[in-house]
Each structure stands twice: as structure tokens, then as C-alpha cells.
Design a protein around this ligand. Sequence first.
Ligand SMILES: Nc1ncnc2c1ncn2[C@@H]1O[C@H](COP(=O)(O)OP(=O)(O)OP(=O)(O)O)[C@@H](O)[C@H]1O
Length: 250
Amino acid sequence: MLKLENITKTYQDKTVVDNLSIEVQAGEILAIVGESGSGKTTFLNIISGNITPDTGKLYLNNQLIDLYFNRLIKDLPNIKLVPQDYRLKPDYKIWENIDLVLTAYTQEYRQKRVKELMELCGIYEIRDKKPREVSGGEKQRAAIARAIAEEPLALLMDEPFSNLDSINRTHLRTKMVEIVRKEKIACVLVTHDLLDAFLVADKIGIMQKGKLLKIDTPQNIFAEKENEYIKFFVESATETVRNFTSRYKL
Ligand SMILES: Nc1ncnc2c1ncn2[C@@H]1O[C@H](COP(=O)(O)OP(=O)(O)OP(=O)(O)O)[C@@H](O)[C@H]1O
């Protein structure tokens, strides 16, 4: 279980992340949705240990993790971030990219784990290709396989769908749910696209100007009655589908 309490980050006089608290259970996906500049990436980087917050606490399975000590290596163990640009090593094959993070383990375990991860993430067929020879969706799934190789408790994803075409998007959404459930990881993803969040998340947090306005189930966010900003956000996300159905009277 991943839990953050009262996280705040201010740059000069601008509060970019304003007193955020979240809780994500193992095997659950929380999608944080907000417009560009709302503070999503900063929040994700605080959770991964890459940015030190001004205040707030992080717990993993009820254990307090120190976010404040001066570290040489910024990444927190047990929390892995899949960056937007994947950062796969271009000169290594897909399987080697995953194998590289397992050098501390025995050869026998590495082989078994790499195969298992490639099968789970649906990239076994492309294991001998280099990153430039595969699609964006395949690169994304390879980056997920690499991130979860050492069985982290939490997986963070920055705009996982934004570089993908609609077929790859659909495939990734299905795979992500399968991976998170099977590996029992607490997953936080950030996206500006509420439709993706509706389709993949167990809970959605709507972020505006550094604040989380509401965290609730996709059904309740969709049916929001009170907050004008959330209503507007839901309207704009579903507008294309409504226009299409009304055009053809479906
Ligand atoms: N190092 C920094 N110094 C000063 N301001 C910063 C810094 N990093 C981010 N900001 C500001 O914080 C705000 C939130 O940025 P952030 O990248 O977290 O938003 P975002 O919601 O992820 O946006 P996007 O979807 O465009 O990536 C922005 O106004 C940005 O200019």
C-alpha cells in the first residue's frame, strides 16, 4: 500500500503541489488527471524520490519512507517510475534492456524472470529487436517490464498513453490492468486524458492548480453534480462521443 500525506512543493512564490494526500492499495490503479501545468509530473517526481517536497510524508506498507535526506541516488527503492520517453537503451535488445536491471541476481533466476516479464507484458515475440525497431506501445510495455522486474511495491507512470495510437492505447490499457492485478502493485499514473482514466483506473483524482479537487471512482467522477470544474472536465472529455452519437442519432 502506498500512502502520501499532505505533500506540498513551492517554487519561488508558486505552490505547484498543494497539500496532496492519496492512498493506493496493492493491485489498484489511481489516475491523477489534470490540465497541463496542474502539477501532475511534479507530484509523480516527489513520489519517486526525484524531487524533495517542502512538507509531507510517504508510507509504503505503513512504513515511513524518508523523503528528505540528501541522497546520491534519488530513486526510492520499491517505487519505480516509467518516464514518458521510456528511456530504453537504444543499443540493447528488448530482453537485454530488462535483463540489465537484474544483474545482482543469479543467471538462472534472471533468465526465468526476464521470460516471465516478457510474457506478462506481451513482448516475448519482439525480444530480439532493438527499441528503434518496435512500436511505441511495445516500447512502453518493455519499459513497464523493466520497471517491475524487481517486484516494486509501487509503479508510477507519466502520461503512459500520450504517444500511442488508438489500437496500442487499447492494448496497453488492458495489459496495464492485468499486470497491476497480477503483480499486486500500487499504481499511480498521471494523464491529461480523462477518457483513458475512465477506462483503466479504480480511482480518479482530479487535479487543478496543484490541488486535488476530488478522488473518487470513475463512476462518481463521471456523475459529478457539484464541482463546476470537474463537470466541465467530464463534459469536454466525453464531448466527441456525444457529438458522434447525436450526429448519427445512435
Ligand atoms: N523546477 C521548477 N521551477 C519552477 N517552476 C516549476 C519547476 N517545475 C515545474 N514548475 C512549474 O510547476 C507547474 C506544474 O508543472 P508540472 O510539470 O508538474 O505540471 P503538469 O501538470 O505535469 O504539466 P504537463 O502536463 O504539461 O507536463 C508549472 O507551472 C511549471 O511551470
